[in-house]
Design a protein. Structure first.
Length: 379
C-alpha cells in the first residue's frame, strides 16, 4: 500500500471503522483509504511505529478489510473451484492463504480462509470485498454467503504480541502459525487467528464492532502496546517481501509470476488432483515451464528510494521490468522495493538501472524477504 498523501478524513465517501473516535483521541492523521477514513500515522511518526512493531507490539485497526462467512454442506468443495488453495484439506481451525483467479489465471484477490466446524471464515481486501461477495454468492449456489459488517478486526503484531495476549488469556498463545480459535479477551468473545502481515509473530482478532473500542483500549493499557497506522503497515510488509493487492497483484498477474506458487495446492502441483480453479491450465503450465516475468526484491545501490511505476532498465537502456512498491526500510536501514522483471533478470545479484530526475541509478535483484520472518511455527 502506498499511503495516501492527503488528510481528507471527512469526505462524504469515507466510511468510519468502529475505532474512528479512538484514532482521533490518540492524535492520528486520518486519510481516505479503500473507502474508509483510516489512520496514516500517529504523533510518533511512521519510522517510530515501524521500529516499535519490530521490537514490541503494534496494534492495527484493519476493520476496513472484508470478513465473509460461508456456510453450507459443500462450502469447502465449492470454494475450491474458485481459488488456488486446497480448501477441502483444511482441518478445523486451520487457516490458509489463497488466491481468487480469473479465466486467465490473473489474481482477483488474495485472501485468508479458516475452516470452522460449521462454516468457512474469509478475510479479503477492503477494495475487493464487495466484488468478492458478489462473485462468491453467484458461484457457490446453495451456500450462504454473508459479509460480517457488524464485526471489527484488530491485529496485534510484534515479538511481544504473544506475551501481551497471554496476560488476557493464556490459551491464545497455544495457537501456532496459521491456526485459529474462539477465545475470550477481558470477557469479550473473539475469533483469533495467528499469522501476521508484518513478518513478525502476530494475531488477528475479530470482535463485535460495538466491543472493539473497549478491547482496543484495554490492549493499549498494556506496556509495550502502541497504535500503528497505514504508513508503517506498508513499510513493514515491504521489508517482509509480501504482496499487496493493486501493486504486486492484479487481474493480469498470475500466482506463478507473483512468486506465490506455494499458494497453489500441493495436490495440484504434484498432479494428484485436477485443478478446477479459473485459469488453472495457464497457471500450471507456467509452473512447469516458468513464467516470462517474475516478482523479485530490489535494493538500490544508494539511499535514494525508488517508487511504484518506475521502469527498470538493463545496462543497454532497454526495459527489463517495473517497480510495483518501493520505499525506505527502517529495519533494513536503506531503501527496498518490489517489482517484476523479465525472466533473464531474475537471478539474485543481477544489476539493473532506474532513471530518477534524469539521472541513472543502479540497483540489484535481491532475495526475499528483506528481513527474516519470525512467525510462530512449531514442529
Amino acid at each position: 500500500m502506498s499511503p495516501p498523501s492527503n488528510n481528507q478524513a471527512g469526505t462524504e465517501t469515507s466510511r468510519r471503522t468502529a475505532l474512528y473516535d479512538l484514532h482521533l483521541a490518540h492524535g492520528a492523521k486520518m486519510v481516505p483509504f479503500a473507502g474508509y477514513a483510516m489512520p496514516l500515522q500517529y504523533a510518533g511518526g511512521i519510522r517510530h511505529e515501524h521500529q516499535h512493531t519490530r521490537t514490541a507490539a503494534g496494534l492495527f485497526d484493519v476493520s476496513h478489510m472484508g470478513q465473509i462467512r460461508i456456510a453450507g454442506t459443500d462450502a469447502a468443495a465449492a470454494l475450491e473451484t474458485l481459488v488456488t488453495g486446497d480448501i477441502t484439506g483444511l482441518n478445523n481451525h486451520q487457516q490458509r492463504y489463497t488466491l481468487l483467479t480469473n479465466d486467465r489465471g490473473g489474481v482477483l484477490d488474495d485472501l485468508m480462509v479458516v475452516k470452522r466446524p460449521d462454516s468457512l471464515s474469509l478475510v479479503v481486501n477492503a477494495a475487493c470485498k464487495h466484488n468478492d461477495l458478489t462473485l462468491l454468492a453467484a458461484a457457490l449456489g446453495g451456500a450462504r454467503v454473508a459479509l460480517a459488517d457488524d464485526r471489527a478486526l484488530l491485529a496485534l503484531q510484534g515479538p511481544k504480541a504473544a506475551e501481551v495476549l497471554y496476560g488476557f488469556n493464556s490459551a491464545v498463545t497455544g495457537l501456532s502459525f496459521m491456526q485459529a480459535g474462539e477465545f475470550e479477551l477481558d470477557r469479550i468473545a473473539c475469533f483469533i487467528t495467528r499469522s501476521g502481515y508484518t513478518g513478525e509473530d502476530g494475531f488477528e482478532i475479530s470482535v463485535a464492532a460495538d466491543e472493539a473500542g473497549s478491547l482496543a483500549e484495554r490492549l493499549l493499557e498494556v506496556p509495550g502496546v502502541e497504535l500503528i497506522g497505514l504508513g508503517a503497515r506498508d513499510s513493514l510488509r515491504l521489508e517482509a517481501g509480501l504482496c499487496l493487492y493493486g501493486h504486486e497483484l492484479d487481474e493480469t498477474t498470475t500466482p506463478v509470476e507473483a512468486d506465490l506458487a506455494w499458494a497453489i495446492g500441493a495436490k495440484y502441483r504434484r498432479g494428484e488432483a485436477e485443478a478446477r480453479f479459473p485459469g488453472a491450465g495457464r497457471v500450471l503450465e507456467q509452473l512447469r515451464a516458468g513464467p516470462a516475468r517474475k516478482r523479485v526484491g530490489l535494493k538500490p545501490a544508494d539511499r535514494l528510494p525508488v517508487r511504484e511505476g518506475t521502469p527498470l532498465l538493463d545496462d543497454g537502456g532497454e526495459r527489463a521490468g517495473l517497480v510495483t512498491s518501493g520505499g525506505f526500510g527502517p529495519t533494513v536501514g536503506g531503501p527496498v522495493a518490489l517489482g517484476y522483471v523479465d525472466r533473464a533478470y531474475t537471478d539474485a545479484g543481477t544489476e539493473l538501472q532506474v532513471v530518477i530526475r534524469n539521472r541513472r541509478h543502479r540497483l540489484h535483484v535481491a532475495g526475499l524477504p528483506f528481513i527474516k520472518h519470525r512467525y510462530h511455527k512449531t514442529g
